[in-house]
Design a protein around this ligand. Structure first.
Ligand SMILES: [Fe+2]
Length: 194
């Protein structure tokens, strides 16, 4: 029952926003979930243990070696754009370890507290920050999926603006333009499995 992590190169803490359309004319697409990343992280100590890996604390800042590696990948991706999927960061590795723990731990998988299902009928569409919620597909077949990486700055700025009682239409517009650009530059994939 994992969250998305590590399949898009390095997000460096930026968010994974995915758009889905159930194109099966007859069958619902059903997701199971045990809740948001935050609530899971609070409920299961094992997630922070997984995030730490071999270290004694959770590291999200890049060190010198990480920065060199990312620089190398960035240069390579000018020649071969697909090379950017090889990029990595401490944040992405920690999230990947959490993802793997959720997928592989029997204790975690068999604990059905808070489990519930969400049904998406034929031809319905939805979007979700898939790094922020556990969401395995329980059943369904044929869905269109596209992915946008949304800079964290666009997301964390909003509550602060709300607190200050001011809004920033320009920033909102920028976020939407960025999302559309990102969506257009990613291919739409068809999920055929159930
Ligand atoms: Fe996923």
């Amino acid at each position: 029952m994992p969250i998305d992590a590590g399949a898009h190169g390095a997000t460096n803490g930026n968010r994974i926003l995915r758009f889905f359309v159930n194109i099966n004319p007859d069958r619902d697409r059903v997701w199971g979930t045990k809740g948001s990343f935050r609530s899971l992280f609070e409920r299961y100590d094992a997630l922070s243990t997984a995030a730490r890996g071999k270290g004694n604390r959770i590291t999200v800042d890049k060190n010198f070696a990480d920065r060199c590696f990312s620089g190398l990948v960035k240069s390579l991706s000018k020649l071969y754009p697909l090379a950017k999927v090889f990029d990595s960061s401490p944040y992405d590795r920690a999230m990947r370890r959490i993802h793997n723990y959720m997928k592989e731990s029997l204790d975690f998988r068999e604990d059905q507290r808070e489990y519930r299902e969400i049904r998406y009928p034929p031809f319905s569409a939805w979007s979700m920050f898939t790094d922020g919620i556990s969401h395995p597909v329980v059943s369904g077949q044929y869905a269109l999926i596209t992915t946008a990486i949304i800079p964290l700055a666009f997301i964390v700025a909003e509550p602060r603006q709300r607190q200050q009682g001011s809004s920033s239409p320009r920033q909102g517009r920028l976020a939407i333009q960025f999302m559309l650009h990102q969506s257009a530059s990613h291919s739409v994939v068809v999920a055929t499995g159930s």
